[in-house]
Write a protein that binds this ligand. Structure first.
Ligand SMILES: Cc1cc2nc3c(=O)[nH]c(=O)nc-3n(C[C@H](O)[C@H](O)[C@H](O)COP(=O)(O)OP(=O)(O)OC[C@H]3O[C@@H](n4cnc5c(N)ncnc54)[C@H](O)[C@@H]3O)c2cc1C
Length: 310
């Protein structure tokens, strides 16, 4: 990246030229980008984005990279990383919780529980940042983060900043308006309920044990969680059906492409062995789509976001 542009960035921004994106995704896969700007806070993120907009340089924003599959040949955009793995910024005032978008979702859930405000135990153990979670309306056990969002502070793609009420965010199953607009969530205000700390702690422990029994630990077994969205009900009375069930019936658990295969306890999770490439994961996901189409006659939709060309 141009030296004068780098010099115009806030000092707190860590610039990694020619960054290897595999180091910034839970799949541990993906090629390079021209530069990765690791932004420690919203001010640094906004200032960096504004410099890039002025210079006409395209950028992508990522959080912890836990829902991404980056192409082996990398991407042409600069990457702004907004992820605070060590310093959660959460303030609790009664039942209102203000949290920065780069805070890890699990840190938010644990802090809320320790302050005696709840409804977030379902977030325990979900990787990623609050920004990534609200953009994709992350959830588990029939609950979703969008349910507790009151308002957010956003940076639009052109660098302008605005406050937005929840009604404008159009939360739906694993979706919000941010997914289409590309606006970046800087901070969120959540409204929670008073809760009993001991009860929430034990709920958190149960949820963590359940997750450990069903999901891989991405630090040891690289993955990006569920590859496909669950299936919308076909009638108003129906419930959303697990994509994993259809995949299992279609025999997908036996599939393997190079170093990519399915997690033995969950047919909707692809795991990457050390020799896997992003192309292996992509080809395996295509095989999964074909298998379900041939057996059940419908197409699965990817939940993970593809970055780059496949
Ligand atoms: C082992 C494992 C288990 C998982 N279990 C679950 C689960 O139970 N439920 C669930 O919902 N998900 C689950 N996931 C998926 C993932 O954790 C979530 O999608 C998470 O919310 C992604 O956050 P992130 O910060 O990693 O986003 P990234 O993967 O970095 O980015 C994903 C998308 O969010 C956008 N984004 C990132 N930060 C921001 C921001 N600040 N503002 C606006 N957009 C932003 C990116 O541009 C990108 O489009 C799991 C993943 C793994 C690896």
């Amino acid at each position: 990246m141009d030296v004068s542009l780098i010099n115009s960035l806030p000092e707190s921004v860590r610039v990694v030229n020619d960054a290897l994106l595999s180091q910034y995704t839970t799949f541990g896969l993906g090629g390079r980008c021209p530069a990765l700007l690791d932004c420690p806070d919203a001010e640094a993120l906004c200032a960096s984005a504004q410099r890039l907009v002025e210079a006409g340089i395209d950028f992508e924003v990522i959080g912890q990279g836990s829902n991404l599959l980056v192409s082996d040949v990398g991407i042409e955009s600069v990457v702004l990383r907004y992820c605070a793995e060590e310093h959660p910024v959460v303030s609790v005032d009664g039942c209102c919780v203000r949290v920065s978008g780069n805070t890890l979702l699990n840190d938010l859930a644990c802090t809320a529980i320790e302050h005696g405000v709840g409804d977030l135990s379902f977030c325990c153990g979900i990787p990623g940042t609050v920004g990534g979670a609200i953009a994709g309306n992350a959830g588990a056990f029939g609950r979703q983060i969008g349910d507790v969002v009151e308002s957010v502070r956003l940076m639009e793609k052109d660098g302008t900043i605005r406050e937005v009420a929840r009604e404008e965010l159009e939360f739906a199953y694993r979706s919000s308006v941010l997914k289409q607009s590309g606006a970046v969530l800087l901070e969120a205000l959540l409204r929670l309920e008073r809760c009993n700390i001991e009860a929430m702690r034990s709920e958190r422990d149960e949820i963590m044990a359940l997750r450990r029994s069903k999901h891989p630990d991405w630090r040891k077994t690289p993955c990006a969680g569920s590859v496909f969205r669950n299936i919308e009900p076909t009638s108003a009375a129906g419930r959303r059906q697990a994509a994993g069930w259809f995949l299992e019936q279609a025999g997908a658990k036996a599939f393997r492409v190079g170093g990519a295969h399915l997690f033995d306890k969950h047919a909707n999770i692809i795991v990457a062995d050390p020799d896997a490439t992003a192309a292996d994961v992509y080809r395996l996901s295509e095989m999964m789509i074909t298998a379900v189409r041939e057996k059940f006659g419908f197409d699965l939709t990817r939940e993970i976001k593809l970055l780059g060309t496949f």
